[in-house]
Design a protein around this ligand. Sequence first.
Ligand code: XUL
Ligand code: MN
Length: 345
Amino acid sequence: MKLPSYRFCFGPWNISEGQDPYGPPTRPPQSFDWKLAQLKAHGFDAMMFHDDDAVPDIDSKPGAQIRKEAHALKKRLDNEGIAAEMVAPRLWFSPMTVDGAYTSNSKKCRQYAIDRSKRCLDIARILGTDLIVLWLAREGSYLRESKNARRCMDYLVEALDAMLAHDKRARLAIEPKPNEPMDHAYIPTIGHALAIAQLTAAPKRIGCLIESAHAILAGLDPADEIDFAMSFGKLWSLHLNDQNGLKFDQDKPFGSANLRVAFNQVRALERNGYGRNGEYICFDVHPFRPTKPEHWLAHLDNSRRTFLKLVQKVRTFNDAKANALIAARNYAALDQLVIDHLLGR
Ligand code: XUL
Ligand code: MN
């Protein structure tokens, strides 16, 4: 079997400025052009976009203007030799989505979310990608009694169907996250994402994106989520990062909190042949807030470097020895085999 080689990706929001709910930015904003230039220079191949990363102030612009700006961006990407990996509707900023986007109690707000998503699909088509990522940020509840979750499932299916009908070539990858900003999200895991796909008009065009931190927040091992999604042929994108336990979404560099969990994710990707159908390794990581501007890209460089080193660790793992220990049910020795391998002995 030919071993996969990998292509890498990040989004403009991954060169963030350090703001958090308790304090302002700690680094000056950088232009989109500067971010684009960094991408290739740091060994990355593609950029992922929110719809308004691609076309800023999208809500205030008519369709023709949005399409014109998307074409101009496509030209710049082509000139730089950079692909657009996906486009995601940013449905969590607008005053229209304060009480939910696709699952708002207000019909007018639900319609806004669908209309905005259609514009996102138009942008994706112009940028040359068929992949739409849906992080369902505001689909859930702060207060269970405020929403009818049964009805919300119908609303979600209606929205997915509207997108599937708008562009018959588009594929929708749902990115589950169990909480934050919501108390409880309606689609918290990959199992939920793949299950709701079955209620739509075109289940084959709905897949998923696993983010390591989101799986950990759901109390799951991201490696198992990868094996599960890939058993269905549904892992269409990936946000590798890390997360230290059940707290706010940390988006740490890949492998930063738990190298062994990272090793097992790479192992799952390798055994399933992730990347063979053109999928990218994307890092949804953020710089630590105290990061100085001169070290701004280190979290991306480090994540890529750790990933590639772990690919080597996976490919040099002594599977024969591991299998013998598994057969002998000697799990203490298996445990140490992994630890020694990761420690480099
Ligand atoms: C949020 C998150 C988003 C999505 C893209 O936690 O991960 O950045 O990946 O909308
Ligand atoms: Mn993400």
